[in-house]
Design a protein. Structure first.
Length: 500
């Protein structure tokens, strides 16, 4: 098919940083181009220039052979380009029909919305995407995966022919991912083009026609998917070969016989019930399960974030965990899956984020010892390989991978005996993943206990000593490392198999 988009020497700078340096590429109709690179490689800046959110400092953009200059996302949309962001933009209180046709509802001569016509048009779109939904349903009642599809439906309904997908599967279950892939393939056959940004290389081989790799703001390679393998893509992305993605194979830690931390009959309403398990010193325990299994809710219950019942034991002694403050003082830390909403202060500096959990260490007689705090921040930045010009950089200006490493540094800085990590590598590149896995192993090596909640089964199989599987709010089984088997774990997660 004809070239739909052509970028020539696109260039973008921010104070002290060249985000994109003279990058050129083409995208044809009926094609999926995977845009890959480490966090901070320039992918987001590139996509924002293409869809009108950012203005290039240099270079040209051509759409259907015509040179364009976008001053806003609306300008780009009028040229047939839109972006589906990782953070969904659906309004939960509004219906499916209202979200899809927001500001474009069919109206009569008096400006009144023609509701029957609105619902009819919405039903046609939903049917086209194989979604059996009532257009009058509030979006907040729908799973995240369905909301993600609605974002794509809305993009096609406004006439976009080039859709940028930014980490579209980061919050989706396997069945939801397959439904999204099915619809992307169908749209591709109809002539739509996709710029697909992801850190999941298995998805690239399932969906992409070509791959464009960026590193440090520059284009480092482009090739048809048939000419690539995982190893070559990783080498292009990180500039080196990652031999041990899941960290050192040789274990230096000793796992204790008894539980360091244990929960008994933990119940939080309908979210989870009767959860009993534990984690030993030196052990990394994974928590597997499908979306809605109650994994995150269970972790928040341990931290005292909501009302629940049950017994908590640390080194055999019962704990009273009535609030997150109680949990932290007892030596329990929690790295949230939502680093932007619940984990970090994006408008604060790296320095303040790293120090916020332990301000008492840096104060004397009511005054903050800024030098001591600066020294601590510098050590953490070095230890966790956080890429930043200085500790004064705003957290919101860091890439996703560096934000995640900051979040780990913030919690590991208080040296918790029990560290709960929820989706530790969501939205981070393969290089940062390898570093994060090693950090978790190092923490366990020091005699601490680590609980890892993850939707990526290969991740759990790669770093854990034992996996607890949840289904519908209960523990459906536990699997020791010597018995790790993907099929068995998935059977436990879906409820097909239920251990006594």
């Amino acid at each position: 098919m004809a070239v739909l988009l052509k970028a020539e020497n696109l260039h973008k700078e921010y104070p002290g940083v060249v985000a994109v340096r003279d990058v050129s590429f083409e995208l044809r109709g009926g094609e999926v181009l995977a845009l890959l690179g480490e966090n901070g490689a320039g992918k987001s800046t590139m996509s924002k220039m293409i869809c009108g959110i950012e203005r290039p400092d240099g270079g040209e953009i051509f759409v259907n052979g015509r040179k364009v200059r976008f001053s806003s996302a609306l300008d780009a949309l009028e040229s047939g380009i839109t972006m589906v962001h990782q953070e969904l933009s659906m309004v939960g209180e509004m219906t499916i029909a209202e979200n899809i046709f927001i500001n474009r509802q069919p109206v009569d001569r008096l400006g009144r919305i023609r509701w029957p016509e609105l619902y009819r048009q919405t039903e046609e779109l939903l049917h086209k995407f194989h979604l059996n939904l009532n257009p009058r349903t509030q979006v907040k009642r729908l799973p995240v995966g369905t909301q993600q599809l609605l974002e794509i439906i809305r993009a096609t309904s406004v006439g976009a022919k080039l859709i940028i997908l930014d980490e579209p599967t980061s919050s989706l279950a396997e069945d939801q991912i397959e439904l999204m892939f099915e619809n992307v393939r169908r749209l591709k056959a109809e002539g739509y083009a996709f710029l697909y940004i992801t850190h999941k290389l298995d998805e690239v081989f399932q969906l992409a026609d070509r791959v464009l790799v960026m590193r440090d703001g520059e284009r480092v390679g482009e090739a048809p998917i048939g000419e690539l393998d995982t190893g070559r893509i990783i080498r292009m992305m990180v500039g080196r070969e990652i031999r041990q993605l899941f960290g050192d194979e040789i274990r230096t830690r000793r796992i204790s016989e008894n539980y360091l931390f244990e929960v008994r009959n933990l119940t939080g309403g309908q979210m989870y019930r009767g959860v009993s398990s534990g984690v030993r010193r030196g052990e990394i325990v994974g928590v597997a399960g499908l979306i809605g299994a109650g994994r995150t809710e269970m972790a928040l219950g341990i931290m005292g974030a909501h009302r629940r019942t049950g017994t908590f034991l640390l080194d055999g002694k019962e704990l009273s965990l009535r609030s997150p403050g109680d949990a932290i003082r007892s030596g329990i830390g929690y790295v949230s899956e939502d680093r932007k909403g619940l984990g970090l202060y994006l408008n604060f500096s790296i320095l303040r984020n790293l120090a916020v959990m332990q301000l008492h260490r840096f104060s004397r007689r009511g005054f903050v010892q800024s030098g001591k705090m600066q020294d601590y921040a510098r050590r953490q930045i070095e230890a966790f390989h956080i890429v930043t010009p200085s500790s004064g950089q705003l957290m919101g200006h860091l890439s996703g991978g560096n934000q995640q490493k900051c979040l780990l540094a913030m919690w590991m800085g208080i040296d918790p005996q029990v560290l709960i990590v929820d989706e530790p590598t969501r939205g981070v590149d393969v290089g940062a993943k390898a570093e994060i896995y090693q950090m978790l192993k190092n923490h366990a090596d020091r005699g601490n206990a680590v609980l890892v909640i993850s939707s990526e089964l290969p991740e759990l199989l790669g770093i854990c000593d034992r996996i607890v599987v949840m289904h519908a709010g209960t523990v459906s089984g536990e699997v020791e490392k010597k018995d790790f088997d993907e099929t068995k774990i998935m059977h436990l997660a879906t409820g097909i198999l239920q251990e006594a």
